[in-house]
Design a protein. Structure first.
Length: 200
């Protein structure tokens, strides 16, 4: 590394922000500085009527932010299918618009209750999109008082699902560590991306 400190922050959206244009405009500074953004997505346990601001489709305007790396947290539960569709859209955008340089990641931090986890991970890893280098495990625990037993349970649960799916060791290693390093800009992407095209 060259002495730079990778920094990421999480944004919680719980009230109107002037819709997507402002959201897209807000990502430019982070992208210019090479910093990623982790957005909350999915139901927010905040005691407010905030769900309509956290749907994955609300993040489509980020397609216009050059060189941005961003992630949507919690697999966007309960809108996991919508998240997968939006992820596919971001990949596909590169086939018709070569200038698109934004990169979307999927944060796997539990937001999904255990009974939904298998369904969400199965869809994400078998839909056919190139997601192996763009899914990041997270725990939602704070460094102070980190809940290791709770996190261990989720790691075991996820690995059990990955066993059933036949997920390769290299993909698991990426999900549990390498992809976070890439998200933070500490290591480069390896290999060529597979882009979904209409009619394929």
């Amino acid at each position: 590394m060259d002495g730079r400190v990778a920094f990421s922050f999480s944004l919680l959206l719980d009230r109107p922000r002037g819709a997507g244009r402002r959201r897209a405009g807000g990502g430019g500074g982070a992208a210019a500085g090479g910093r990623p953004i982790l957005f909350h997505s999915g139901i927010l346990w905040d005691g407010r009527a905030s769900a309509s601001y956290n749907h994955p489709e609300q993040f489509e305007p980020l397609l216009e932010v050059a060189n941005l790396r961003f992630s949507l947290a919690h697999i966007s539960w309960p809108w996991c299918d919508e998240l997968i569709a939006v992820y596919g859209k971001f990949l596909n955008a590169r086939t018709s618009r070569p200038e698109v340089s934004v990169e979307m990641y999927v944060d796997l931090t539990p937001g999904t209750p255990p009974i939904y986890r298998r369904d969400a991970l199965t869809k994400l890893f078998t839909v056919g999109y190139d997601v192996g280098q763009n899914a990041i495990f997270g725990s939602d625990c704070c460094a102070a008082g980190y809940n290791t037993s709770w996190t261990r349970e989720w790691v075991q649960r996820d690995n059990g699902i990955y066993d059933e799916l036949g997920l390769k060791p290299a993909v698991r290693q990426a999900v549990f560590g390498e992809n976070l390093k890439r998200f933070l800009g500490l290591i480069p992407r390896t290999g060529e991306r597979v882009l979904p095209r209409q009619g394929e």
